[in-house]
Design a protein around this ligand. Structure first.
Ligand code: UDX
Ligand code: ADP
Length: 459
């Protein structure tokens, strides 16, 4: 089957950038991204490229080149399903917030709705590609829904997990370490491999069975998150000894068996994937009664929660055991630099704990809006929304946000924070002025020289 039309259901952080790159590299394929969220589609279609719903370096340039040529954004899900030979499901799969598996299992209701939608609308054969991160054996569920439509349409289901990291999505998509395609049908796998072969070398396209592909995605994220929790565990030990976690990370990272990546101690990992995927892995292991396996991976999350709590505890302890009525500046709300995504960001949890201690919070982030910050806090349901509104302010200027603060907490590693005039910030803060650097971004000796009381992770 020659693929001429691709439809992607879900115009989010995965669907948007992935389809933009597929369209860029396959000018003869028409790619339509659909979403039920009208505001999101309108933002993707905005002539002002700074209004795209997702901030990702390099993305706007690709959208500018392809949009209206072979890349389209639409809310007409049914029309896009009808005309395409290949459909990517790229909808959100959050952790379940109700019922069985609450707080652990992935909520597959959006995926299921997509499968039902495809089953209802399709009149020709389709290749359906799972792009969202899904628990192992989801393909089976999709297959069962699609194969029970009662018509003679042939559906092939493939698993094609996305390994892009936010903030570097475009580069990751253009130069992937590997592309993984899992499926039963060699023909369908080859069709999808052909789409990628426009820019990815053949030997980087791995073909596996569906279950291996699904499990590989969860495993990759679990291993990466485990490295962060491992170095964070060592960071606390460093703080109690004379060791420096940056030096330890460098020393172990030069061992080629360990490697240098994902060894940066931090206030804790965030993002839409790590926690969700590990919880999923734990849930699946428990469902097979593999308790040792489940407990082993769960510890990665426990360590991460501890790291976030430990950070806010340190702020309170250092500020003479109370932050009540004190103004604390938060630099960075996104879960990492170069993205406007805040899902599971450490900033949310650190701020929530400081609010429990009755602090006044003043936030600045170069890409996150005030409304998003309020929504993130309200979603925790810790206190009435009005209290979050009263005690958390936002400022478009970092200098103004930090004026009159007792302490600054750096929670995202935005490059611009390094270039600030820290002497000016110091002059405008209450004394003694504290910095809690949750990303080990600034130079300790420079900050001490200015006069700051500087605390960082693991040094
Ligand atoms: C991750 C995976 O890397 C990606 O392959 C997958 O497709 C989706 O999940 P993402 O969550 O976008 O990507 O970002 P990532 O770069 O992995 O960072 C995750 C979190 O870990 C961030 O909060 C980051 O700040 C933190 N982190 C990462 C550290 O604290 N230290 C590190 O050394 C690396
Ligand atoms: P991810 O990070 O996995 O891309 P996002 O939440 O950024 O997740 O994006 C998922 C998108 O999928 C959202 O914009 C949401 O509106 C969309 N979506 C969810 N269910 C459906 C559906 N049944 N049909 C169309 N779009 C959907």
């Amino acid at each position: 089957m020659k693929i001429k039309n691709i439809c992607c259901i879900g115009a989010g952080y995965v669907g948007g950038p992935t389809m933009a790159v597929i369209a860029l590299k396959n000018p003869d394929i028409k790619v339509t991204i659909v979403d039920i969220n009208e505001a999101r589609i309108a933002a993707w279609n905005d002539t002002d490229l700074s209004k795209l719903p997702i901030y990702e370096p390099g993305l706007a340039e690709i959208v500018e080149k392809t949009r209206g040529k072979n890349l389209f954004f639409s809310t007409d899900v049914n029309a896009a399903i009808t005309e395409s030979e290949m459909i990517f499901i790229s909808v959100n799969t959050p952790t379940k917030t109700y019922g069985k598996g609450k707080g652990m299992a992935a909520d597959l209701k959006y995926v299921e709705l997509c499968a039902r939608n495809i089953a209802e609308i399709a009149t020709t054969d389709k290749i359906v590609v799972e792009k969202s991160t899904l628990p192992v054996r989801t393909a089976q569920a999709i297959k069962s829904i699609l194969h029970n439509t009662g018509n003679d349409i042939n559906f092939e289901i493939l698993s094609n997990p996305e390994f892009l990291a936010e903030g570097t999505a475009i580069d990751d998509l253009l130069n992937p370490d590997r592309v993984l395609i899992g499926g039963d049908s060699e023909k369908a796998i080859d069709c999808l491999a052909h789409v990628y072969s426009s820019w990815v070398a053949e030997d980087k396209i791995l073909k596996t069975n569906v279950w291996s592909s699904e499990l590989s995605k969860l495993t990759a994220n679990a291993f990466l998150a485990q490295r962060v929790s491992s170095i964070n565990a060592i960071s606390e030990l460093c703080e109690h000894t004379e060791a420096n976690v940056n030096e330890v990370a460098k020393a172990i990272g030069m061992d080629s068996r360990i490697g240098p990546k994902f060894l940066k101690a931090s206030v804790g990992f965030g993002g839409s994937c790590f926690q969700k995927d590990i919880l999923n892995l734990v849930y699946i292991a428990r469902s097979y009664n593999l308790n040792e396996v489940a407990n082993y991976w769960e510890q990665v999350i426990i360590m991460n929660d501890y790291q976030k709590r430990r950070f806010s505890d340190q702020i309170v302890r250092t500020l003479y055991n109370t932050v009540s009525g004190k103004k604390i500046g938060i630099l960075g709300w996104a879960f990492k630099k170069d993205t406007n995504d805040t899902r599971e960001s450490a900033a949310i949890y650190v701020t929530d704990q400081l609010l429990n201690e009755q602090a006044n919070i003043s936030v600045y982030d170069p890409k996150v809006s005030e409304a998003k910050i309020q929504t993130d806090l309200n979603n925790l349901n810790t206190r009435p929304a009005i209290e979050n509104q009263e005690n958390v302010s936002y400022n478009d200027s970092a200098y103004d946000a930090l004026k009159d603060t007792h302490a600054v907490a750096i929670l995202t590693e935005w490059d611009e924070f390094k270039t600030y005039d820290w002497e000016k910030i110091y002059a405008q803060m209450k004394k003694p002025a504290f910095i809690f650097d949750g990303r080990n971004l600034l130079d300790k000796s420079k900050m001490n020289k200015i006069g700051f009381e500087y605390y960082s992770i693991g040094q």
